[in-house]
Design a protein around this ligand. Structure first.
Ligand code: FE2
Length: 200
């Protein structure tokens, strides 16, 4: 049985950048529905008593889609926090500057990638085993979890993530996104990666 994780912030914490209304639909309806559908699909199957990550790595079709959407959304919520002018850790700032030129160039490239994604999906900052940072888009439920890359940051660019707040304007949503990125979480993922694969 897969559980819907608690949100790491309260329902008004992301305002005015993401409204309580968006959060109530996005978390309370969309994310919850992926969890409920997944539990219905895996009941009495080999996946019923395994981890979410394991399901994602070994399934396809509807089970994969719902499982990956559960994982992607949980990761997305962890990437967000109450606005507080957070910055990446010094180590992550150095890595971003090394691979993208500057923090500003990174955020611009990430935003352009997210805005340019056709249809529904996710934009990610990922890192390879040899510590190279890159920005990748995934369509629909696809996730870096099934690749050689480790996810550090994601932005959900399905319309349900922003339509109630910025209607059809994905660029406006991306602008808001940077005000609420939980850099402490992103930096922690970078640190964990270095610990797992060795320092540069
Ligand atoms: Fe979503």
């Amino acid at each position: 049985m897969i559980q819907l994780p608690e949100l790491p912030f309260s329902s008004k914490d992301l305002e005015p950048f993401i409204s309580e209304k968006t959060l109530s639909f996005h978390y309370g309806k969309h994310h919850k529905t992926y969890v409920d559908k997944l539990n219905g699909l895996i009941e009495k199957t080999e996946y019923a008593s395994t981890s979410l990550e394991n399901i994602i790595r070994h399934s396809d079709g509807a089970i994969f889609n719902n499982a990956a959407q559960v994982w992607n959304h949980t990761f997305y919520w962890n990437c967000l926090a109450k606005p507080s002018n957070q910055k990446p850790s010094t180590e992550l700032q150095k890595a971003i500057t090394r691979d993208f030129g500057s923090i500003e160039e990174f955020t611009n490239t990430f935003s352009n990638s997210a805005i340019g994604l056709f249809g529904s999906g996710w934009c990610w900052l990922v890192i390879s085993k040899d510590h190279k940072l890159s920005i990748v888009n995934t369509q629909n439920a696809q996730t870096p979890l099934t690749t050689d890359h480790t996810a550090l940051l994601t932005c959900d660019v399905w319309e349900h993530a922003y339509y109630l707040d910025t209607q059809n304007s994905r660029p406006e949503y991306l602008k808001n996104f940077w005000a609420i990125v939980n850099w402490a979480f992103v930096s922690e993922q970078y640190q964990k990666h270095l610990e797992q694969y060795g320092n540069t």
